[in-house]
Design a protein around this ligand. Structure first.
Ligand code: AMP
Length: 249
């Protein structure tokens, strides 16, 4: 059974992003980039399924600029068997990525696609759901547990008020939540091995996908600075301020 794992190259989660002076977006020049953390969890989940004999091959796919090859190498250092780079300079929106992943899935015929629940740069939380819709496959999002048996995936989801358990037929789309696993650190020997694993490059045109943006960003701005707090003398004053100044009571 083959598992496809889409991995996105994003600004490292430790970096404090800066908004460009013209408000057109976030400045990513000379900024440390890394694999989207939820995608590391997805790669780890797929590799564990391979290690337990439930899967036979793990294929990582990344869509974007040539440097996404580094993200694919990182996925291969965790244990993915090979990588597919869908190379484009166009800034990809979730629908375009979902269409590209659908085209890759048509060629690769995986039984399972494990994505991150969201990318930490656009926080869209859309790509997995769009892919499932385009492919006509069941989806189980925000997985905190994942097992496979009898041609189905069993997924536990943490929802308000408890745990929801879903059983979906394969092929299916699963997206990862934070508690699914703790990704392993890639060891130096595995980083070296990853450099020799196969990495194919294709273009959106070769996959027959139009990736032109459908949404326009009007403006990106820093959140307003938090003003200093005040110390109140007693509960009565606090209630008075909440009622008459903040008007929340
Ligand atoms: P989003 O819908 O943008 O929040 O992204 C959700 C998930 O879709 C990510 O965690 C990745 O697994 C996948 N994804 C989004 N963009 C890309 C991309 N450019 N290349 C590969 N996978 C992607």
């Amino acid at each position: 059974m083959k598992i496809l794992v889409p991995v996105k190259r994003v600004v490292d989660y430790n970096v404090k992003v800066r908004v460009k002076a013209d408000g057109s977006g976030v400045d990513v020049a000379n900024v440390k980039m890394n694999m989207n953390p939820f995608d590391e969890i997805a790669v780890e989940a797929a590799v564990r399924l391979k290690e337990t004999g439930m899967a036979t091959e793990v294929v990582a796919v990344s869509c974007g600029v040539a440097a996404c090859a580094e993200t694919l190498r990182a996925a291969m250092a965790i244990g993915a068997d090979r990588g597919i780079l869908v190379e484009t300079e166009v800034e990809l929106q979730p629908l375009a990525v979902a269409k590209l992943l659908k085209a890759v899935a048509d060629k690769e015929a995986p039984q399972l696609v494990i994505l991150g629940k969201q990318a930490i740069d656009d926080d869209a939380n859309q790509t997995g759901q769009m892919l499932a819709a385009l492919a006509g496959w069941p989806q189980a999002t925000f997985a905190s547990e994942l097992t496979l048996s009898d041609g189905r995936a069993q997924v536990t989801r943490e929802i308000d008020g408890g745990l929801e358990r879903l059983s979906v037929t394969l092929p299916a789309v699963v997206t990862t939540d934070l508690r699914l696993n703790e990704p392993r650190y890639a060891t130096l020997p595995n980083i070296m091995k990853a450099k020799k694993k196969p990495l194919d490059t294709v273009t959106p045109a070769a996959l027959g996908v139009d990736v032109a943006p459908r949404l326009t960003t009007l403006k990106v701005a820093e959140p307003p600075k938090r003003s200093a707090g005040v110390r109140v003398a007693d509960v009565a004053q606090l209630v008075d301020k909440l009622k008459n100044e903040a008007k929340v009571l």
